[in-house]
Ligand binder design. Structure first.
Ligand code: TMP
Length: 234
């Protein structure tokens, strides 16, 4: 697969066209940002680890009937994916209170939620990804009623699959963010699923094994990403 022009560079990834218009290459970088890019840094080997961790999760989800953009790993930092058009909605799924939910509702971090919480955010860096609801999705024409319904059902199914898989590796899936894309009338799970986009806690010690170590200056950041890779790849 021939790598062609770079068409997008984000905070953690670059996307390239290929000789096939239906396929793209995603390259994972070591750059890390937080708080809408206000905090910047580098996590050595993060790109390699996120590429490989995402591939493991996408393969697991495909095996369980979730359609994703993932095709195959190409090398340490790159994967081949289907060229979907990303829907500008971030879908957040929460099992346990943490991060912005803890702040917003004044709930203690670590509280188990009685019911899984699903949140939608409008993907816009300038606006800081504001939270939206179904009315906004339809009013802004981001997705149809049927599409957003399907997206939410898929997000909840992804939660069940990942939660069970991670539990068997002594990892609690606290919360995570998903993005979806369209291709030929289908909606596919896209973007990445990694310690950058999920909160993972060790089941026994509740130690944070994700990007919160970077966001909150907790140290041992690279070690946490390695630990997740070690556990999900075994
Ligand atoms: P939050 O508690 O900061 O709203 O984050 C919820 C989840 O979404 C958490 O697992 C981290 C992930 N996330 C992203 O992937 N990208 C983002 O820009 C933000 C703010 C959160």
């Amino acid at each position: 697969m021939e790598k062609k022009q770079m068409i997008y560079e984000g905070k953690a990834k670059r996307v390239y066209q290929t000789s096939d218009p239906n396929l793209l290459i995603i390259e994972y970088k070591d750059d890390a940002t937080a708080f809408d890019g206000k905090k910047k840094g580098t996590i050595p080997n993060k790109g390699i680890l996120n590429n490989k961790i995402s591939a493991i999760f996408f393969e697991l989800l495909e095996k369980n009937g979730i359609q994703t953009h993932f095709i195959k790993l190409l090398n340490d930092r790159e994967m081949l994916v289907k060229a979907v058009k990303i829907i500008p909605i971030e879908v957040i799924v929460r099992n346990i209170v943490a991060g912005s939910l803890s702040k917003r509702l004044g709930l203690a971090e670590g509280t188990t939620l009685k019911k899984t919480v699903l949140e939608l955010c409008y993907k816009s860096d300038e606006l800081g990804d504001p939270m939206i609801n179904h009315y906004h999705v339809l009013a802004l024409n981001l997705a149809s009623e049927e599409e957003i319904g399907r997206i939410e059902q898929t997000a909840l199914k992804v939660n069940e699959i990942l939660k069970n898989f991670l539990e068997s590796r002594n990892i609690v899936l606290v919360d995570f963010k998903l993005e979806f894309g369209r291709m030929d009338g289908q909606i596919l799970l896209a973007d990445e699923i990694s310690p950058d986009t999920c909160r993972f806690w060790d089941s026994s010690t509740k130690e944070k094994l994700d990007k919160d170590r970077f966001r909150r200056d907790l140290g041992k950041i690279e070690e946490a990403y390695w630990e997740i890779y070690k556990r999900v790849s075994s």
